[in-house]
Write a protein that binds this ligand. Structure first.
Ligand SMILES: Nc1ncnc2c1ncn2[C@@H]1O[C@H](COP(=O)(O)OP(=O)(O)OP(=O)(O)O)[C@@H](O)[C@H]1O
Length: 238
């Protein structure tokens, strides 16, 4: 789907990434040496059975968790080694998130929800809402700018969440199960939108999913099991 990926610059480089959780003195190793390169312009899916480490890996890539060992660079920056303030700034400027459960604030309108990353980045409210409204137009919600989440369908709420993930023009967009709460047709539309609006030659989309109905949208799929990547597959696009 995306031409010349192997020669595109690297967006994410994971080398021998290990993650051990320590809960009350009990250690559990969730990632056991992950090697993964993701190129700019690429849509990479992480797939595998429940508990295999997908969310842990995407959280490390997004700088929400630190790895216990190994290297994970995002656009050349290993977030685990940045002071907290710089890490938060890097994340706020460079990373967008889409979650399964949308995570919209119920008392805010679609526009106000979508504007949140810009407000966090210090953009004045009026300007932030103007830009949020423009992104909502792009995702097909131009008529619902003043709607509250409860007044929107699941697919529309997910589109607000996508607008919120894109509004600050991040270079890395991570999505955790973005379609699993949606019916087939809506999930398909949301994936088409993500590919079309979120991806360009300089950006990268990393999607964790169980949803086999959307595998066709991947440039490559990393199959995980028990904290390891077993295989990286390039699906055939028909
Ligand atoms: N905070 C934590 N403390 C201890 N163990 C954890 C923690 N978070 C995750 N784990 C464990 O690490 C392993 C990997 O979890 P993770 O959420 O990354 O898997 P997953 O592949 O995303 O699963 P699912 O598809 O069910 O969301 C699981 O065995 C989980 O129980």
């Amino acid at each position: 789907m995306t031409p010349n990926l192997p020669t595109a610059p690297l967006a994410v480089r994971c080398q021998s990434v290990v993650k051990t959780y320590d809960t009350g003195g009990q250690k559990f190793t969730a990632l056991r040496g992950i090697d993964l390169d993701i190129h700019q312009g690429e849509l990479m899916m992480l797939v595998g059975p429940s508990g295999c480490g997908k969310t842990t890996l995407i959280s490390i890539i997004a700088g929400i968790l630190d790895q216990s060992a190994g290297v994970c660079e995002v656009f050349g920056q290993d977030l685990a080694h940045l002071p907290q303030k710089r890490k938060l700034k890097f994340r706020a400027e460079n990373i967008g998130f889409v979650f399964q459960a949308y995570n919209l604030l119920p008392s805010l309108t679609a526009t106000e929800n979508a504007a949140i990353p810009l407000i966090i980045n210090g953009v004045p409210r009026q300007e932030a809402e103007r830009r949020a409204a423009a992104v909502l137009q792009r995702v097909g919600l131009g008529e619902r700018l003043r709607s509250l989440p409860a007044q929107l369908s699941g697919g529309q709420q997910q589109r607000v969440a996508i607008a919120r993930a894109l509004v600050h023009n991040p270079r890395l967009i991570v999505c955790d199960e973005p379609t699993s709460a949606l019916d087939h047709q809506t999930g398909h539309t949301v994936m088409e939108l993500l590919r079309e609006v979120a991806l360009d030659a300089h950006k990268v989309l990393v999607i964790v999913t169980h949803d086999a109905r959307i595998f066709e949208f991947a440039d490559r799929m990393a199959h995980m099991d028990d904290g390891r990547i077993l295989e990286i597959e390039t699906p055939k696009h028909g």
